[in-house]
Structures are given as C-alpha cells and as structure tokens.
Design a binder for this molecule. Structure first.
Ligand SMILES: Nc1ncnc2c1ncn2[C@@H]1O[C@H](COP(=O)(O)OP(=O)(O)OP(=O)(O)O)[C@@H](O)[C@H]1O
Ligand SMILES: [Mg+2]
Length: 415
C-alpha cells in the first residue's frame, strides 16, 4: 500500500518577513504544496523581541500556507537567526582498541563527543555540530568511517553555539502559535541547502543570506561547513539611508529602493541616470524629484560597505582564495539591482543570486531569494524524517551527509 504523504513544513521567522513552505513527501519524492508569507514585526536583528507580535505573524503566515495546501500544520522545522550565533571549528581523536579493528558507530559517536568537549560560555548552548571530515590513522578526507580498519579515529567538526534564551524564545513562540517544533537549524545553513549545488559545496562556496537586519554567512568546502557568521547589517540599512538622504518616510524609501534602487553605478546609462523619481516628503510638504543617479549615490557606498564586512569575515576565516564556486547571494536583500556586480568587485570572485530552484511544485512562488531559508528548512526536514530526498535538479543530493547530521544531533541530545 502506498504511504500517506507526510507534510513537511519550513518556518522562517525573519526580521521583516515570516515565510512558510509546506511540502508533501512520499518515498523520497516530494512536492511543494503550500507557501505563506506575513509581514514580521516582533523581531530585532533576527531575534524575537516582542513575542506577541511574532506569534501573530507566525500564525498568519502558516494559515496562508495551510489554505493553499488544503491541510493542517502541526509540526514545523524552524531556523535560528541573530548576531549572537557563533561558529567555530574543533577536533577530536580517540584510539580504537585492538589491532586494526573496524570503526563502529559507537566510536564515531564518541569521537564527535570528544571534539565537542570544549567550554561553552554560561547562557549559551551548542545549536549544531557539523562533522567536516574523519581521519582514520593517516588517511584524511573521509566522509563516513564506519567499518574502516584502523587504530586511531579523528574528526574535525564545525560547532555552532547560540544563547539558550534565543532558541527557547523561538520554540515558545512557535508553540504559542499552536505548532510543535520538529527541529531547529541555523538560518544560513538552511539557505545553503536550498541554493547550493553539490558542486558548490564540494569545490568551495559562500552563501551570503541578506535579510532585513542581518546578513549571515556560511562557507562550504569539500562537502562540509567550515565557517558561519552573522553580521548586523541588512536590506533595511539601504532603506534607512534612502529615507534619511531623501527625507522621505520609511515605507516610501522601501518602495523607492525596490523600484528604482541600483547599487552599481556603471549599470546606469546616462539616460537612466538622469531619470527622475518622485519622492514624497515628510510633514505634508510637496513631493520632490530626484535623479536615479542621486539614489544610486546613496545606495552604492552602503552596498560596498556591507559586502566589505562580509568579505572581511571570509578573509579572516582564511577562505578568501578557496571559493572556486564563488559567492551565492540570497535572502530578500539579494534582489537589490546591481548588488551582484558590486559583490563581484568586492569579493573578486564569481557571484550569483541563489534561488530555490529545480524543486517540484509552486516553482514560481518559491523561486525568490527570500524563500531560500524556508525551502531549505523543508529539504532539511525531509532528510531528517525520510533520509533520502530527490529533487528534479539534483537527484539524491546530500543524502548521506545530511542524514548523518541529524544523527549527530540526536547523539548529542541537541534539538
Ligand atoms: N526588490 C528588492 N530590492 C531590494 N531589496 C529588496 C527587494 N525585495 C526585498 N528587499 C529587501 O530584502 C530585505 C528582507 O529580506 P528577507 O525577507 O530575506 O529578510 P528577513 O529574513 O525577514 O530578515 P533577517 O534574515 O534579517 O531576519 C528587506 O530589507 C527588503 O527591503
Ligand atoms: Mg532571513
């Protein structure tokens, strides 16, 4: 008998938008059947600051997705955001007793525990542990050492920590909205799931998820995560600059940014640069007109500054020259016209906008960079709950690594 489809729900509680994606999965195949979006108000820099408002936005976004999908949501996969999320790398090693014995599941668990035996400051907890590679005796670069012969097992891992309260607040708000939390993962890692290909992860790439008030970074290489960081900058900084520079209300500045904003001056031909934009004034004064050139003069330096912060993060982590697959910009902020061009100059690397693509169902609705995290949460949820997942673009991608990631979290009692 065919298995009943199980809804898998990704819930991305962002500073400007709450987004929900519902997928139905059967036997490793899945389809997106509902999406929902609601304006978010109760967050500051990716962290819930006004729970009542956040709960309300969560409810509205889930209801919209439920209506579209024609089903009721009970359980969701959520992302954790905010500048307090910190990542670092660690290593562990154990001896495998006996002469040249096979590595067991128990020993893999134990070596990861050894790598995680590092002091964590009070009020913080481990949010995720991502194995990078195993080393059996002198052989490195091993993805899964189970059953290999050796006398010494080592592992390197990326550990992500977050304030205990931040995760607890997210879970409490989701529960208050009426849903159970199946798993919590880090926002940029979810976004990476949705917009990177296996080759990106293998040859080296950085996901830069530009949200409303935060920009989060994850660096991948050899199929693993090597660096994560969250910066307190995002799309709202452009809006604020425009509002201040043109003396116009924030909602108007936001509209002007989206409709006319450009971050890269060479994109403006002389005619376009001279185009006039009407700018509503504050305090009942007459609207004024400004050129697109002037708007670009406000936006461009901010784009350079913002991307330079991210570039500095990549350089400080030591990956500046190791991202052969380039930089993938995603999140709503990646829609700013000309940002890719500025980024190519700042990073001196290939840059593209990452959209969740090649997935069955509601392709038009989800192929926006703002949906990367919510779609990635669905992919993450599918893998945790079903093991293998197929997407039309990339059949069976990341199956082994990700089901292992889920196992690591349960071993360590995280979640
Ligand atoms: N067409 C566009 N042009 C420029 N910027 C845009 C466009 N569409 C959306 N944005 C910007 O994207 C940002 C919101 O992105 P997103 O929805 O990914 O953020 P979020 O997830 O709510 O926030 P965060 O990740 O910081 O918590 C806003 O600053 C918005 O102005
Ligand atoms: Mg976001």
């Amino acid at each position: 008998m065919a298995k009943q489809p199980t809804p898998i729900v990704g819930l991305d509680i962002g500073t400007t938008n709450v987004r929900v994606v519902i997928a139905e999965a059967t036997d490793g195949e899945f389809e997106i059947v509902g999406v929902g979006e609601a304006e978010s108000r109760g967050l500051r820099k990716g962290v819930i600051s006004k729970p009542d408002l956040a709960v309300d936005a969560i409810k509205r976004a889930v209801e919209a997705a439920e209506r579209m999908a024609g089903l009721t949501v009970t359980e969701v996969y959520v992302a954790l955001g905010g500048t307090q999320i910190k990542g670092f790398n660690s290593e562990g090693m154990i001896a495998i007793p006996g002469r040249q014995r096979e590595v067991s599941r128990e020993e893999i668990k134990r070596v990861i525990e050894t790598a995680c035996a590092v002091p964590i400051s009070a009020g913080r907890e481990v949010a995720d542990v991502l194995p990078q590679e195993y080393i059996v005796d002198d052989q490195d670069g091993i993805d899964d050492p189970l059953g290999m012969l050796g006398s010494r097992l080592a592992v390197s891992v990326h550990i992500v920590t977050s304030p205990v309260a931040a995760k607890q607040n997210v879970i409490t708000c989701v529960n208050r909205a009426g849903f159970h939390v199946a798993d919590v993962t880090i926002g940029q890692l979810a976004a990476g799931e949705a917009v990177l290909t296996d080759d990106d992860r293998e040859y080296g790439s950085a996901v830069v998820n530009i949200g409303g008030e935060t920009t989060s970074l994850a660096i991948y290489q050899r199929g693993a995560v090597w660096h994560t960081e969250v910066f307190p900058i995002g799309g709202s900084h452009f809006t604020n600059d425009i509002a201040f520079g043109l003396r116009t209300p924030i909602p108007e500045a936001e509209r002007i940014k989206r409709e006319h904003g450009c971050a890269y001056r060479p994109r403006l031909t002389p005619e376009i640069a001279a185009d006039l934009i009407e700018v509503p004034s504050v305090g009942g004064r007459e609207p004024r007109t400004v050129t697109r050139q002037l708007l670009c003069d406000i936006v461009e330096p901010r784009a350079e500054e913002m991307l330079a912060h991210v570039h500095a993060g990549i350089r400080a982590a030591g990956y500046e020259r190791q991202l052969s697959s380039g930089i993938v910009l995603t999140g709503g902020g990646a829609l700013l016209d000309g940002l890719v061009e500025v980024a190519e100059q700042v990073f001196d690397a290939p840059v593209r906008v990452g959209l969740p693509e090649g997935i069955d169902g509601l392709a038009e609705e989800i192929s926006q960079p703002g949906f990367a995290t919510a779609v990635g949460l669905v992919l993450h949820g599918l893998r945790l709950s079903q093991g293998a997942v197929n997407t039309t673009r990339n059949p069976g991608r990341r199956v082994a690594g990700s089901s292992m990631a889920g196992r690591v979290k349960s071993w360590l009692g995280i979640g």
